[in-house]
Every structure is written in structure tokens, then in C-alpha cells.
Ligand binder design. Sequence first.
Ligand SMILES: Nc1ncnc2c1ncn2[C@@H]1O[C@H](COP(=O)(O)OP(=O)(O)OP(=O)(O)O)[C@@H](O)[C@H]1O
Ligand SMILES: [Mg+2]
Length: 239
Amino acid sequence: MVTVDRITKAYGNGSVIADIELSLQPQQVTVMVGTTGSGKSTLLRILGGLERPTSGEIRWDSDRGNRARPNLGIVFQEPRLMPWLNVRQNVEFGFGPEGHRHSAELANEILVQVGLASFSRYYPRQLSGGMAQRVAIARALVRKPSLLLLDEPFSALDALTRVRLQDHLMELFIRHSLTMFFVTHDIEEAVALSDTIVVINGRPGQIHQQFRIDLPRPRSRQDSAFLVWKERVLAALTE
Ligand SMILES: Nc1ncnc2c1ncn2[C@@H]1O[C@H](COP(=O)(O)OP(=O)(O)OP(=O)(O)O)[C@@H](O)[C@H]1O
Ligand SMILES: [Mg+2]
């Protein structure tokens, strides 16, 4: 669905990623793990159209055969909510300037799905970190994104909330038939969510290894096969 073709990005003092080749499969979760500074966020921003590559290209192959950039949703590490808008208004903000004829209905539906229906009048300052991040996910989902990009969306949360939101995200993944590109530092999170794990490292960041995670879902984190994958990914990261 998305082909990353030999993407290189350089700022003033040299490349931060080099010759990245990757393809994202529809309705699958591709998780990228890598050491800090290896260029994960840079690649995600290029995928999201927030930055241009120095060389290489991103190709979008939609089912209709056209190659236009599809509808994207992006979730960052911080929720980036508008403090002067309440939860519902923040979610509706996701529709963009053109709005949407059925926006109120769809916003309601998604608020129920992320468990925030009774908090729709709350303001961001009244939310916990986990709630705020669910608003950010809801805001991305109302766009009905063909590709959802997530850059360490749960890394600021406590361990229990993180696991709950991972499970929650997987329910939304199935319900909305999402295609996701997810960046994280957390190896357990990578194994829990992914169809494919891509390991990037070095400077400039290069793809070091890719793993196909064929564990059935829902996944039990205590399973021996799960633990074996954690070990393998950790070993690849530290190589
Ligand atoms: N706008 C910019 N100008 C110059 N250098 C930049 C810019 N953005 C990123 N970099 C550099 O590119 C490198 C990769 O940054 P990036 O944020 O993509 O890494 P990352 O893998 O996401 O790291 P982390 O895991 O810490 O989030 C870093 O060394 C950073 O200093
Ligand atoms: Mg980053």
C-alpha cells in the first residue's frame, strides 16, 4: 500500500536516515524500533508529509489505482490538544477545515469507542494523560485514515495505562481495518502490536533487520513464544 523507496534525509550536517526501503502492507501494523536519534520520527514525518526527503520517494498505491497521498492520521507522543476546546470539539477538529456532513454523529461514535462519551464536555486540563491520548487517537480516527501514523504515543504513560491503551488500540485496529505505522522504544509494545517489526539503527539510521511476527491475536505477554520474540528483537537492537 505504501512503498518507501530509498529515502534519505539530510539536515545541514549530514544524513540522519539513509536509503530506507520499506513497504507497509494494508491492514497490518508495522512497528519501527530503534535507538534514540536513529531517525524514526524523521521517517514518520516524511510519511506524514510534514517533511520532504532529500532523495528517494514515497509511493502510495491505493486500491483505486491512483497514487495520491491518502487520508492520514497522526498521533504524537504528546496529545497536542487545543486547550480552549473541549473533548468533543478537539475530536471534531480532526475533520479539518472542510468539515463533514455527518461530523457530529461520527464524533459521537468514536467518542464511545475510545471510552470518552461521558467526558465530551471536559477540557484538556481536566484529563489524565491516558484520556488525553485517547482524544488524540479519536481526533485521528474521525478522518477515516487510510494510514495511521503513531510516534511513541504511549511512552509518557504509566505501565498499566500503556498496556490498556495498547489493547484498546488493537480493538480499534480491527474495528476500523486500520493500516498502522507505529514508532516505539518499548520492545514489549512492539511485539504486542506488530505484524512486522523493523529495526533501525546507526547514524545515519538504516534498516538493520525486519521480523514478521506471526503470533495469533489477542497475544498473551506471558507466552513463551512472545518472550522469545522480545529476546530476538532486543538482540537485534543491541547488535
Ligand atoms: N529539523 C532538524 N534539524 C536538524 N537536525 C534534525 C532535525 N530533526 C531531527 N534532526 C536530527 O536527526 C536525528 C534523528 O532524529 P529523530 O527525531 O528522527 O530520531 P528518533 O529516532 O525519532 O529519536 P528518538 O527515539 O529520541 O525519538 C537526530 O540526531 C536529530 O538531531
Ligand atoms: Mg522520535
